[in-house]
Design a protein around this ligand. Structure first.
Ligand SMILES: Nc1ncnc2c1ncn2[C@@H]1O[C@H](COP(=O)(O)OP(=O)(O)OP(=O)(O)O)[C@@H](O)[C@H]1O
Ligand SMILES: Nc1ncnc2c1ncn2[C@@H]1O[C@H](COP(=O)(O)OP(=O)(O)OP(=O)(O)O)[C@@H](O)[C@H]1O
Ligand SMILES: [Mg+2]
Ligand SMILES: [Mg+2]
Lengths: 254, 254
């Protein structure tokens, strides 16, 4: 693949899954072939895309009982496939720690099939444990959704240290794809304060596109649809379309 | 202690830390003696109460290098003490798994000092790993903050299964304290839908008090204050005061 992007942040509820689903959908809408790997035991990315069949999943793939190509399913979105997940994936946190190649299980599992896609997007759980480390080791870059709230700032330096540690020890190719500000609420000054703080510290790493807080975004998963399909004209969809365009422009400059 | 309450939900960003800080503050305001244990490596509960000194913390306590009473600090709130935490606590997920008494480390560490308080509140990380299992094993009950959003419903049955498994194997006294609906947004019908769904399934387990989405709640941590101190009159503070009153009424009936 041109890019394997891990969507990561140990702070909970910041928009990792929402960004994974909708960035993947928007990239597919721009004609790219995309694979979404649900690597959070909550399985929200699978549910948010309306995927019910989970017999083969990211847990059976890293455990070795399914091959990656058997676990791939088409989704309702043209050019977007998914490897769904089940809650049993949470057992991998402990099971992996006894294996010699424990950080490389995901990387090895998707090595062959990732060649069939231009983009692979990996949705991570809210932690920096073995699952997220696997995703960072398999990835070529990391995209960090950052909620425009005070607590969200606190964990950022720890996340960056973890990315650095993975780059130094497990995956020398790992780069920062960028930071995207999410759930920006124009009605409250806290959002603007957090946004300006992040732009001061991280400069060009922060996408110009900001995803606004928009109720249509949180309604879409209850219909098993990406918001880009549920309501293309809403501010949330327009933001994810703009984010995909900005990311593609960033690629063509690289 | 009369009650050791674990504030738990593996879904991220649902209001665990906000509920831990503000329920603890409201109980203290009602004259109860309260200890808050920050058991999430993000350390948001410690930050949200303005606690800077973390030399002794919940990690050093379960690792055995500090005793619990040395790690206790007073907070700005009368009758509310805290055991803060540091990010190194995340190492405990792996370190604990090699110890024979791994699920009981927190329970043993706070056994003596918890007698000095009427309530102990434990803020948990967004996962069902070793840290949350330790909290559930140390607790007499579990309070589940539930964000009024679609994805939040998805994890509830897994959480209840985990509570059941801990009750069956590690802590026969563990009860459900209740479920509190958080970030209820009167402007969108999704909140009302989720709330009615939860009340249908869980009946009296769901508190009558609902915490509304209220920007003052998310502003308070940036000042290192509970919202009850930052802005007592706002809807968020009023809700947490009502929640504490409802919980105390529940106790007097028990
Ligand atoms: N721009 C937005 N506007 C409104 N709601 C949003 C937006 N983005 C996400 N949400 C909602 O906020 C909640 C948290 O988002 P999401 O589940 O994507 O975060 P996450 O980081 O994946 O959470 P977790 O840490 O549990 O994996 C969800 O209910 C989602 O529908
Ligand atoms: N009632 C509310 N109204 C508005 N914002 C809220 C409310 N409750 C919590 N928040 C904000 O939502 C975000 C998530 O809340 P909080 O951090 O307490 O959740 P959490 O479950 O502890 O998250 P994590 O899973 O990362 O531990 C925070 O920025 C918080 O300030
Ligand atoms: Mg998620
Ligand atoms: Mg928290």
């Amino acid at each position: 693949a041109q890019r394997i992007i891990a969507i990561a942040n140990q702070k909970g509820g910041v928009g990792k899954t929402t960004t994974s689903i909708n960035l993947a959908t928007a990239l597919a809408a721009c004609g790219r072939s995309v694979l979404l790997v649900d690597f959070d035991p909550q399985g929200n990315a699978s549910t948010g895309l309306g995927v019910e069949d989970r017999i083969h999943n990211s847990y059976s793939v890293i455990a070795g009982s399914s091959t990656a190509d058997v676990a791939i399913q088409a989704t309702q979105v043209p050019r977007l496939d998914i490897i769904p997940t089940i809650v049993d994936l949470s057992a991998a946190e402990v099971e992996l720690s006894d294996m010699p190649d424990r950080e490389f299980r995901l990387k090895m599992a998707i090595r062959r099939i990732s060649k069939q896609y231009q983009y692979v997007i990996i949705d991570c759980p809210p932690s920096l444990g073995m699952l997220t480390v696997n995703a960072l080791t398999a990835a070529t870059s990391v995209l960090v959704p950052l909620q425009c709230e005070f607590y969200a700032l606190e964990g950022l330096s720890q996340l960056m240290r973890t990315v650095e540690a993975v780059r130094a020890g497990l995956n020398g190719d790992l780069q920062m794809q960028g930071i995207v500000l999410t759930m920006f609420d124009t009605r409250n000054k806290l959002s603007a304060m957090v946004a300006s703080d992040v732009r001061t510290h991280f400069g060009d790493l922060v996408y110009k596109t900001v995803v606004p807080r928009n109720v249509r975004v949180s309604e879409a998963p209850s219909f098993g649809q990406p918001v880009l399909i549920y309501d293309l004209k809403c501010p949330g969809s327009q933001a994810y379309a703009a984010l995909a365009a900005e990311l593609l422009r960033q690629e063509s400059k690289a």
